[in-house]
Ligand binder design. Structure first.
Ligand SMILES: C[S@@+](CC[C@H](N)C(=O)[O-])C[C@H]1O[C@@H](n2cnc3c(N)ncnc32)[C@H](O)[C@@H]1O
Length: 214
């Protein structure tokens, strides 16, 4: 991290759970042009974990810039080191909770949001903490440009059905709904994440949806 501290754009306080309050009390909106040194469109991955997905995506699609968000500071060290070692110029990291997104991301600024195997959390009692709860979706809607997309993958059927309902309730248009992404083997365009690899090896079906802001 010392070698390329510019890769880490923000380190937030843990424990801020009220998004509206967080945004009102603390604002440090990022200037993407300054952060990346260019005007390329920006995609955000929420909960990047060890970062294999975002690194591969950044290599395959250099026309985009990528923000990788992860709340666990010990976990985010791995992708930071990988990005530095591989010399990837189009990734920056946010070591913050998703609840703090409105503090850092300007409205109408994102082209895509990736939710890969977000922690499913049982619906009973934890619904509002699910990253596809309508409270989060309303925030994502503000941060996405018109026509911007959320691309979600999960192995958890209950979480998937919940997410589809929440997208519809918030006015997102759904496309490419799949209950078994790997039915005929991994599609060439699909980048398999660390968690996805685990579930596929155990024979679990992977669910995927693309939800667009109208
Ligand atoms: C199940 S792991 C999936 C990791 C990776 N996306 C993958 O597919 O291999 C979920 C990740 O999301 C992170 N996470 C969970 N809730 C979060 C939140 N509210 N804000 C930021 N990151 C979060 C966790 O720390 C964890 O690294």
């Amino acid at each position: 991290m010392e070698a390329r501290s510019d890769l880490l754009l923000a380190r937030g306080t843990n424990g801020i759970l009220n998004m509206k309050e967080a945004a009102e009390n603390f604002r440090a909106l990022l200037d993407f042009k300054a952060a990346f040194g260019n005007d390329k469109p920006v995609a955000l991955e929420i909960g990047c974990g060890k970062g294999g997905f975002v690194c591969e995506l950044a290599k395959r699609r250099p026309a985009y810039n990528y923000l990788a968000l992860e709340k666990m500071s010990n976990v985010i060290l791995t992708p930071l080191e990988d990005v530095f070692a591989q010399g990837l110029e189009n990734i920056r990291f946010l070591n913050i909770r998703a609840e703090c997104l409105p503090c850092y991301i300007p409205e109408n600024s994102l082209d895509e949001i990736y939710l890969n195997f977000s922690t499913p959390l049982p619906k009973l009692g934890y619904a509002t903490q699910r990253l596809t709860h309508r409270n989060f979706l309303e925030v994502y809607k503000k941060l996405l440009k018109t026509g911007g997309r959320i691309l979600q993958k999960t192995d958890d059927r209950d979480f998937f059905e919940f997410s589809l309902e929440e997208y519809r309730a918030c006015g997102f248009a759904l496309a490419d709904v799949s209950y078994d992404l790997h039915e005929n083997g991994n599609p060439a365009w699909n980048i398999v994440t660390e968690y996805e690899q685990k579930w596929v090896e155990r024979g679990l079906p992977i669910h995927r949806v693309v939800a667009s802001k109208p």
